[in-house]
Design a protein around this ligand. Structure first.
Ligand code: NAI
Ligand code: MG
Length: 326
């Protein structure tokens, strides 16, 4: 069976780390057909359009998409692409690795972030010169879908349960609905949960990240708290993510185009290669995914390393070392 994968390298180091991940995927015994598509600042400069219709259609129809990074056009590209794959959850693991300096080396978390609504639902108004408003949207259906995914996720990945993060003491209607729906679904599925208010979570996760494992949260909280966790594990350069939809998904490193190092061939490919591991796991190849992770972890620990991790190796050197270990 051949899997059609849309590949969107984008701009900056997206064009360096995406080919690295493709090299890794091509070294596996899985049949892929990679279809490259354009998006981002460069294609906008050329055509006026940051996300060509053809790219949207490819992402909306292929089995999975691998995305690098785009520059200033990020919002115009990523939000519609998440919609193209009908993504209702953003999976963001934040894990420290041996050999990589981290504030909290014991951190090993996975954020399951609601990906369609909350304060990012797009209902903002400027009422007068003085007043701007935002409508926060929470639906039972989206909360239920996220919670069902979370229950399956903890079962499939051998976790004991999950923590729900919310602020239902203040946002009683919206986060009240979120919290109650998630708790109900967990109960229906026999999955253990606990809950923490999102502000308290920010403190607790810094002081003692080990008490958390899988964290289920509304859209904005997931965005902010997963970036906070990135700080605990040694920065953005290592964090992968998956935008999972009903029939397809889009995988991307959390980092951007890194204009300060773009073109030098020294970008760390680890985040994108781990995103590629998530992609093959999504397609059902769990052994291959685990093998990629192991090869990345060994390379982070033993080298070679790119300059962001204190080494002097190039993107290609690191990629070659990972492929060799595979
Ligand atoms: P950034 O993630 O591109 O860079 C932040 C810092 O981390 C820089 O010093 C960079 O060199 C370093 N860094 C990031 N990834 C790295 C890697 N793989 N290897 C080594 N070092 C790495 O974030 P920044 O600078 O805030 O944004 C730059 C551009 O990227 C902006 O135009 C922004 O809009 C865009 N962006 C795009 C995203 C996406 O496409 N998903 C996400 C975040 C930002
Ligand atoms: Mg963010």
């Amino acid at each position: 069976m051949t899997h059609e994968i849309t590949v969107i390298p984008g701009d900056g180091i997206g064009r360096e780390v995406t080919p690295a991940a493709i090299d890794v995927l091509e070294s596996l015994e899985i049949e892929f057909e990679f279809v490259e598509a354009e998006a981002g600042d460069a294609v906008k400069a050329e055509t006026g359009e940051p996300l060509p219709e053809e790219t949207y259609e490819l992402a909306a129809s292929s089995d999975a998409t691998l995305f690098g990074a785009v520059g200033e056009t990020a919002a115009d590209v990523i939000l519609p692409l998440r919609e193209a794959v009908d993504s209702f959850v953003n999976v963001r693991p934040a894990k420290a690795y041996p050999g990589v300096e981290a504030l909290r080396p014991e951190t090993d978390l996975v954020f399951l972030r609601e990906n369609t609504e909350g304060v990012y639902a797009g209902h903002e108004d400027r009422l007068t010169d003085d007043v701007a408003t935002l409508t926060r949207v929470v639906t039972e259906s989206a909360s239920r879908e996220l919670a069902e995914f979370a229950c399956e996720y903890v079962e499939d990945n051998g976790h004991d349960g999950f923590t729900t993060v919310h602020k239902a003491n203040v946002m009683q209607e919206t986060d009240g609905l979120f919290r109650d729906t998630v708790a109900e679904v967990a109960d229906e599925n026999g999955v253990e949960t606990d809950e923490v208010l999102m502000d308290a979570f920010a403190t607790h996760v810094c002081l003692d990240p080990e008490q958390f494992d899988v964290v289920v949260c509304p859209n904005l909280a997931g965005d902010v708290l997963s970036d906070l966790a990135a700080g605990l594990v040694g920065g953005l350069g290592l964090l992968p993510s998956a935008n999972v939809g009903h029939d397809r998904a889009l995988f991307e490193p959390v980092h951007g185009t890194a204009p300060d190092i773009a073109g030098e061939g020294v970008a760390n490919p680890a985040a994108t290669i781990i995103s590629a591991a998530m992609l093959v796991e999504y397609l059902g190849y769990h052994e291959e995914g685990a093998a990629i992770r192991k090869a990345v972890e060994a390379t982070l620990e033993e080298g070679p390393r790119t300059p962001d991790l204190g080494g002097d190796a190039s993107t290609e050197d690191v990629t070659e070392a990972i492929v060799d270990r595979l």
